[in-house]
Ligand binder design. Structure first.
Ligand code: GLC
Ligand code: MG
Length: 720
């Protein structure tokens, strides 16, 4: 780490959670989750680290301890480049998990990351990549009052639609891909982000558009860079690379120009059309060889059915058109073969073709172009931008065989034009698509956002003040959790008192502060050490009810209660609660579930009105609208962070929707037996105990379950 930069300068926390991320020899393509995104975040982190404005980039990912993937992914820290490093956060099971299996552990990620930040200080900015880190990063940003940047990489709703178009069965899709959870996470990320980085303008128009929180003014098209240290043009006298040997067995005359494509065997890539076009064109066959680099396979019979089908179709077409000696399709390659093959194709005065049905970005086109290979590409998203910027080839309608043939023939038969396209690609990619350029534009936007953001109040979180005395804390809801069984309540109160100052006591309730205090008094409970009231929008401590100032300062962010009332005023089945239930940061309704829209629909109405709020449903009939930075999941985390409590020392108990947020955290959760249906979904999460006992009896049961008053144990730390 260079001395000069430390201290001042921007500290950026990138988050990219799934797949296998390591700084050296990235295992791209090893599985479906380790692909373009992994490369993107590593290169971005390295480049940002080089910029003088940046003091440190941390790329947070998951720690994986699993023999099947090797020891690199278990290292807690790994340098990437100057001022850039990977930080691996342990959360969930130790073994490798595919991305769809990470969802239940996201709250654990958030809490683990909080303690990491508490140890090392706060970044200036959080940048989440993909839905999972989008959700986790957005939660952290809300909680820590930090600006948030989001890059979706691909979006769930779009992918789902595509799969549905291929007419799959919707229910199975949900099970495999968890689209509902993913889309909700994406909405939250989009809603929280001050900046959304996309790679193409098509992504903005056609992909983010279908999201309710879509705000075009917060989106920027900043294309990723090409790694120019790998992708450069050939020079005279280069020795033949190893990949050349892999082609010779296929080709009768390997000196002919190459028509090269490189793609995963995937329906959308439209590879059969390419083979068909070549197969039907005597002219193309006379002029050039066709080279297909279609991923890596061992035994093609063992591939996923979709991939296998594409490959079988390609092989069949080669046979049907009798293309032996003219088409090469090597079984496998390593990542360094790719630039070598582009250079070989350039030397042959060949052409790169991408005939995909849709192509949101198309990094291969840029890489081929950077090596000096002219392009023929599908007339869609990414290629349109690339060819408009670089003028290094032709766009074609991928459904028009004749147009594809014509374009390929043109590139192969007009040598002057070929040279021009080749040179344009080399200079154009260097001008428009370098990571340096990406980072310059990114930092320009980000610096502005950071400057505009208020200094986070928790920045001084390192002081490690402690709440007085106690070393563990019980936080419980009031209505129907503490109340409802007087005998059990009295027992609970006695239990608490018997612990003296060792155990802190907190209340988290939907009630207002005045109302909550009255009830606490009536019930004869000890005075709480902390009170989170009005559905986690107000936070007070101790006997004197000292307000939490850092909380107070930030809660109002984006809060527009009058607009909330206006937007929800016309919605059927919603009835405002009485004035004494309303408070500064909470607008509450009673709803008639028979008439009112679902909670999902209500959230959509709010988002579409441009309101950034949280909607919380309790006991199926109480609806609270609160600020995005409110809610017990944040208020409780806020105080743990601020006072330096680890979640393992905190037991939380509740019965209904407005307790859900705090129950989801890494704290030890207890759901009392009389819980309402909104909480059923928590069963899938770790650290949630569903008590049989109801009301305060359930809390006592939970205290025993975790052995909370003695040596704490967490039997449900893991779910499988
Ligand atoms: C309490 C509050 C009410 C709120 C409900 C659910 O009953 O008094 O306003 O809607 O909790 O959070
Ligand atoms: Mg309750």
């Amino acid at each position: 780490m260079t001395e000069s930069k430390s201290g001042s300068g921007l500290r950026i926390a990138m988050i990219s959670l799934h797949g296998l991320i390591r700084a050296h020899d990235a295992e791209l393509g090893r599985d479906a989750d380790t692909g373009g995104q992994v490369k993107y975040v590593l290169e971005l982190a390295a480049e940002l680290g080089r910029h003088p404005e940046v003091s440190q980039v941390e790329l947070l990912t998951r720690q994986i301890c699993d023999d099947r993937v090797g020891p690199d992914y278990a290292r807690l820290e790994e340098p990437i480049a100057d001022n850039a490093k990977i930080v691996r956060i342990p959360f969930g099971p130790k073994r490798y998990l595919r991305k769809e299996a990470l969802w239940p552990y996201m709250e654990a990620f958030i809490d683990q990351t909080l303690s990491y930040f508490r140890r090392t200080g706060l970044p200036h900015l959080i940048h989440g990549h993909y839905a999972d880190a989008g959700y986790g990063g957005a939660q952290l940003a809300r909680l820590l009052h930090l600006p948030f940047v989001f890059t979706g990489h691909s979006l769930g709703r779009v992918k789902k639609q595509r799969l549905l178009d291929l007419d799959s069965d919707a229910k199975n899709l949900e099970e495999t891909y968890r689209f509902t959870t993913r889309a909700e996470a994406e909405e939250m990320a989009i809603e929280t982000a001050s900046l959304i980085v996309t790679s193409t303008s098509q992504e903005v128009e056609q992909q983010y558009e279908v999201y309710e929180a879509y705000m075009p003014e917060r989106m920027e098209v900043i294309p990723p860079g090409v790694d120019l240290t790998e992708f450069y043009p050939p020079t005279e006298g280069d020795p033949l690379p190893p990949i050349a040997d892999a082609l010779t067995p296929f080709l009768k005359d390997s000196t002919k120009p190459m028509i090269l494509t490189l793609a995963r065997p995937d329906d959308r890539k439209n590879l059969e059309a390419l083979v068909r076009v070549y197969g039907k064109s005597a002219e193309l066959q006379r002029l050039a060889n066709l080279v297909l680099l279609l991923g890596t396979r061992d035994d093609l019979r063992e591939l996923a059915p979709g991939q296998r089908n594409v490959l079988l179709n390609v092989l069949t077409l080669i046979d049907v058109f009798n293309l032996y000696g003219k088409v090469a399709y090597p079984k496998s390659h390593v990542s360094t073969d790719v630039p070598a093959l582009y250079r070989l194709a350039t030397k042959s005065r060949g052409v790169f073709i991408n005939p995909a049905l849709t192509e949101p970005f198309g990094l291969t086109l840029l890489e081929a172009g950077a090596c000096g290979l002219p392009l023929v590409a599908t007339n869609d998203g990414g290629p349109c931008d690339i060819i408009a910027n670089c003028h290094n080839g032709l766009l074609v309608d991928p459904l028009d065989d004749e147009a594809i043939e014509k374009a390929l023939l043109r590139v192969l038969t007009e040598p002057d034009q070929w040279t021009k396209w080749s040179e344009n690609g080399i200079t154009g990619t260097r001008q428009h698509y370098t990571w340096k350029r990406h980072a310059d534009r990114y930092l320009r936007d980000v610096m502005e956002i950071v400057a505009a953001a208020a200094e986070p109040d928790l920045a001084e979180g390192k002081k490690r003040r402690r709440m007085p005395g106690f070393d563990r804390l019980i936080i419980t809801d009031l209505d129907n959790t503490l109340t409802g069984d007087d005998a059990a309540l009295a027992e609970f109160a006695d239990l608490l008192r018997s612990q003296g100052d060792n155990v802190g006591f907190g209340i988290a309730t939907g009630r207002r502060l005045d109302d909550a205090r009255k009830l606490i008094h009536q019930l004869g409970l000890p005075l709480p050490d902390l009170l989170s009231t009005s559905v986690g929008t107000e936070l007070h401590y101790g006997e004197k009810l000292t307000p939490d100032r850092s909380w107070q300062k930030q809660i109002a962010f984006q809060w527009k209660p009058d607009e909330v009332r206006k937007v929800l005023g016309d919605v059927a089945g919603l009835f405002p609660q009485s004035d004494k239930e309303q408070s500064q940061f909470k607008v509450s309704y009673k709803i008639d579930p028979k008439i009112a829209p679902t909670l999902g629909k209500i959230k959509r109405i709010l988002r579409e009105a441009g309101l950034r709020v949280k909607a919380v449903l309790s006991l199926e009939i109480f609806l609270d609208i609160i600020p995005v930075r409110g809610g017990d999941e944040l208020s409780i985390r806020h105080l743990l962070y601020k006072w330096g409590f680890s979640p393992e020392q905190v037991l939380v108990a509740g019965d209904s929707g407005n307790d859900e947020g705090m129950l989801r955290g890494r704290t030890l959760g207890v759901v009392v037996g009389n819980y309402s249906p909104e909480l059923e979904k928590l069963r899938k999460l770790p650290r949630i105990y569903f008590a049989k006992g109801t009301h305060a009896r359930g809390i006592i049961e939970g205290i025993n379950y975790y052995n909370f008053l003695d040596r704490i144990t967490i039997p449900n730390d893991r779910i499988e």
